[in-house]
Design a protein. Structure first.
Length: 327
């Protein structure tokens, strides 16, 4: 049954975007999925194409978009180092010019607009865990800066549009998320480890593996998106969305080897430039304001993700890794 609302999901054919499109359709929305397919694939939304309330548009958000919608979700930006460092200038353009174009659209049609920001705005944090009030420790000229600073500028634009034009904005800071439909060659630790283990390749551990991350399963994250969008207009965020259970990268590698039954060996390589030593969200605001917290534990979520990649590899799927130079 239709809700009578139309939502635009920019970056809708990506990992998170495709899950969001699916969830919105399930709630009765008409969904306009917009994507330029730089780091995504139509395969992620193929199962939605027969739904009469779903529309797919190839478009780059660095160019204006003229449509009529009630809600806008801005997820348009490559989120893995392999992809966002491939064309760093375009990455910054996507975050900054893309935000300007979508905010302009929201202003014109009086739509509520959601920004998928990131824990990368905290950089290599000197505060642990990271609360929303922490301003971060970011290198403005490093290899990761195109993404980190692009997202920080996008947040600035959202709040300036709120103050200057009274837009109804929602800003979520996403911590490491994983699950089915991740790109198998996106360079992120979960997909790297699982693909390497399933192929019985050496598992590449950067540094000594003592650096920590907090991993949130995709279904939990999309629940958080929905909870934030449904709050009253005074709630703008930014609000951290992530799983506060902290694991070392070495622990993740061991778990992946165990659950895949792989004979892969762990090998160590040099830690990349500006790689954060630790990352863990303080989700006090999400609990208090949204009544939200993750439910899926790492072992369960990694098992689901392994099943997805196992099926993908069985199909001989290589995606577009050749184009981004990672094969």
């Amino acid at each position: 049954m239709s809700s009578g609302k139309r939502a635009l999901v920019a970056g809708g054919a990506g990992f998170l975007g495709s899950h969001l499109c699916e969830r919105l359709l399930g709630r009765g929305y008409d969904v306009l999925c917009v994507d330029n397919f730089f780091s995504s694939t139509r395969r992620n939304v193929e199962h939605l194409m027969d739904n009469p309330r779903f529309e797919l548009m190839r478009h780059d958000v660095t160019f204006p978009l003229y449509v009529e919608v009630d809600e806008i979700y801005n997820l348009a930006c490559p989120a893995s180092p392999v992809h966002y460092q491939f064309d760093p200038v375009q990455t910054t353009k996507t975050s900054v010019i893309g935000a300007i174009n979508l905010l302009g659209l929201a202003k014109r049609v009086k739509a509520k607009i959601f920004q998928a920001s990131t824990s990368e705005v905290y950089g290599d944090p000197s505060v642990h865990p990271q609360p929303e009030a922490y301003w971060g420790n970011v290198n403005p000229i490093g290899y990761r800066s195109c993404y980190d600073e692009g997202k920080r500028c996008a947040e600035t634009l959202f709040f300036d549009y709120r103050r200057q034009h009274h837009l109804q904005i929602k800003v979520a800071r996403i911590f490491n998320t994983y699950g089915p439909r991740m790109h198998p060659h996106d360079g992120r630790v979960v997909s790297n480890f699982i693909v390497q283990a399933l192929k019985s390749q050496d598992i590449t551990l950067y540094g000594d593996g003592s650096q920590t991350r907090s991993f949130c399963y995709v279904d939990d994250l999309i629940d958080g998106f929905q909870s934030l969008m449904e709050t009253w207009s005074e709630v703008t965020g930014p609000i951290n969305l992530g799983n506060p259970n902290e694991f070392t990268i070495a622990q993740l590698a061991t778990l992946v080897i165990e659950l895949t039954g792989s004979k892969s060996k762990i090998v160590h390589e040099k830690l990349p430039s500006d790689d954060p030593r630790q990352r863990k969200p303080d989700i006090t605001q999400a609990r208090d304001i949204l009544s939200w917290e993750p439910r899926v534990q790492l072992r369960e979520g990694i098992g689901e993700t392994i099943d997805y990649f196992d099926a993908l590899l069985a199909q001989g799927e290589t995606w577009k890794a050749e184009r981004v130079g990672v094969l």
